[in-house]
Write a protein that binds this ligand. Sequence first.
Ligand SMILES: Cc1cc2nc3c(=O)[nH]c(=O)nc-3n(C[C@H](O)[C@H](O)[C@H](O)COP(=O)(O)OP(=O)(O)OC[C@H]3O[C@@H](n4cnc5c(N)ncnc54)[C@H](O)[C@@H]3O)c2cc1C
Length: 381
Amino acid sequence: MELGFTQEQEMFRESVRRFMAKECTREYIRACSDNDRFPSELYAKMAAQGWMGIPFPEAYGGAGLGPIELAIFLEEAGYGWYGAGSSYFTTVVLGGYNILLYGTEAQKREFIPKIVSGEVKTAFALSEPNVGSDAASVELFAAEEGDHFVLNGQKMFTTCAHVADHIVTVTRTIRQPERKHHGITIFLVDARSPGIEIRPLKQLGRTATHTNEVFYRDVRVPRERMMGTLHEGWTGLNQGLGVERMSVAMMYAGTAQAIVDYAVRYAKDRRQFGQPISKFQAVQHKLADMQMKADIARLLGYRVAWMLSAGLPCFKEMSMAKLYASEALFDIANNGVQVMGGYGVLEEYDMELFFRDSRIGMIGAGASEIQRTIIAKQMGL
Ligand SMILES: Cc1cc2nc3c(=O)[nH]c(=O)nc-3n(C[C@H](O)[C@H](O)[C@H](O)COP(=O)(O)OP(=O)(O)OC[C@H]3O[C@@H](n4cnc5c(N)ncnc54)[C@H](O)[C@@H]3O)c2cc1C
């Protein structure tokens, strides 16, 4: 495994880090987070840098870069603010990358350039009120009617649906298939179609890119908006999992490092018993563990990025990366609060927000229990 980065990659990292430090100010983060407000200005500026194009071929207006550059970007975005990474991830990875993998040629030509320019945002709707971890049991039904499909049902937890122009919607197209993984079809649904209703959900953290309920009532979707093969949508979904899990793992690794750095600064500054609390071995050990976990998260994420670039199968490794990074992130935030004592839970400090934003990682994009089951299966258990 290649552990170093090229000079170009280092320069790229540096420029993303500088950008995030400038744009993700405490005031901006709070203004978005406290008001459930999508960071539109930040999003537009990231697009202006050309970063939405990282994983896309130049033929579709992309930058033609690979998984390692995507991993670097998301690590640095996560370091700056989860909201930078999350707003990017929802459109570029969950939307654009899925279109690239199994959209039609016409869809790629129409949508990817608009995603790259920042003109089009997407959301990804798989989960439903009765369909969470058991994702293949999707119920929202798409009935074929001539050159259209008519969608009826409800989606749940659709991140950023309220700002999306199009919603990648996973539907059932055979009511009672022999296997639940069959009879699933994916559509790129115009979010402003008649019959779509989007209701924001109030949640614990990550409020700037919050989730939504999406209701579909007789929503007519033209056949040319079908992504991939009729009834075989599950196969398409699986193709995108490597990049998806690597991306969230790298975002979490970046945020984990931001929390460690914040806690270290605080511990060096805060004095008790006549000296900085960073001089107490109990605090040092906590910080050492936090740093080690952030490093492991990062390494597991880059291992997947490297395996993806080398075209190697990494089903087990991608679940490990996502699982470890999400649990490490929450553990680091939890210990970060402890290092800060009472100040760790005050809104006046960043740790309180880090703590709330980090809890959700162990649930979204496949809960920890499901990731462990996947790893165990890959171990032949
Ligand atoms: C912030 C956030 C953003 C999200 N964004 C999106 C999005 O953009 N698009 C989208 O489609 N979905 C999204 N989701 C939904 C997310 O994918 C689901 O929440 C997740 O898959 C778990 O489903 P559930 O919440 O229904 O929990 P359930 O599936 O009901 O699980 C509840 C508990 O039971 C456990 N459990 C379930 N089955 C098993 C099993 N077989 N073995 C062991 N334990 C099990 C789970 O691990 C969990 O601990 C988001 C969720 C959150 C919280």
